[in-house]
Design a protein around this ligand. Structure first.
Ligand code: FES
Ligand code: FES
Length: 178
């Protein structure tokens, strides 16, 4: 059976006809052409397919597309501004938190969901949040460092700029001296 669903994807309203069995990751990649969301396992283990669904990080291979009807979806394509990477993306670059980059969209989306819930998480909270995201080539230490760096820069920006918020996360990161 085919269903007409409406989703707000990266701020744009999309209407799509999907079969009831279609997965959210298939909708995102194949129907909407947003291939930054990756498939690493299809069995809910790797986290490469993570997106934000109404602000919550979810593994999109585990959600049916029809379940997202009426929801807001943010994919990795929706993280950066028109001219610059998000604060978290810049932190990943600064900390060398990626090699092949296959896991990176999922890492970024999970960490973005965490930082929106907890702007300055402890290392334990970061590790717990990222426990469902697998990386086969970069040390997890650099990923942890990147999330910590983005959190610290975000908090600093929020403290110094009353209008700044963790939602926009586009303030450039100054090079750290340590
Ligand atoms: S593809 Fe969804 S968790 Fe691996
Ligand atoms: S950077 Fe290669 S899998 Fe994570």
């Amino acid at each position: 059976m085919v269903h007409l669903i409406r989703v707000m994807v990266n701020g744009e309203l999309r209407e799509v006809e999907v079969e009831g069995r279609r997965l959210l990751v298939q909708l995102i990649r194949d129907d909407l052409g947003l291939t930054g969301t990756h498939i690493g396992c299809d069995t809910t283990q790797c986290g490469a397919c993570t997106v934000l669904l109404d602000g919550q990080a979810v593994k999109s291979c585990t959600v049916l597309a029809v379940q997202a009807d009426g929801s807001a979806i943010t994919t990795v394509e929706g993280l950066s501004g028109p001219t610059e990477l998000s604060l978290l993306q810049q932190a990943f670059l600064a900390e060398d938190a990626l090699q092949c980059g296959y896991c990176t969209p999922g890492m970024l989306m999970t960490a973005t969901g965490l930082l929106r819930r907890i702007p300055l998480p402890s290392d334990r909270e970061v590790r717990y949040a990222l426990a469902g995201n697998v990386c086969r080539c970069t040390g997890y230490g650099s990923i942890l460092a990147a999330v910590r760096r983005a959190a610290e820069c975000g908090s600093l920006a929020a403290a110094n700029t009353p209008s700044a918020s963790t939602e926009s996360q586009t303030t450039p990161i100054a090079d750290r001296n340590d």
